[in-house]
Design a protein around this ligand. Structure first.
Ligand SMILES: [Cu+2]
Length: 101
């Protein structure tokens, strides 16, 4: 019974999870700050004619999408609540502040 309940909860949370598109344009994350829910996804969309990257050192949400070619998308799932910064390894001035609830 517990297992069935867990599956149901997971199914519902998947249904209601949202995808947030973060544009990478002019060496800027647009928007540069965002509030999301745990389970949501961030999709990084490279609109510049050169490569970008997105990574965070946040322990609970650690990710690194690697070298992202122009015109491509890359998605990550938010795993834990908290506030953390996302940066581009290629352009150190690019900054995205994420609040996950
Ligand atoms: Cu970049």
């Amino acid at each position: 019974m517990k297992k069935i309940l867990l599956v149901a909860v997971l199914a519902v949370s998947t249904l209601f999870s949202a995808d947030h598109v973060i544009d990478q344009k002019g060496k800027t994350f647009i928007p540069h700050e965002i509030t999301v829910a745990v389970g949501d996804t961030l999709t990084f969309k490279n609109s510049d004619p050169f490569a970008h990257n997105a990574y965070t050192d946040d322990e609970a949400n650690e990710f690194d999408i690697g070298m992202q070619s122009p015109g491509t998308n890359a998605s990550v799932t938010i795993k834990a609540a908290g506030t953390f910064s996302v940066e581009c390894a290629i352009h150190p001035n690019m900054l995205l502040e994420v609040t996950a609830k």
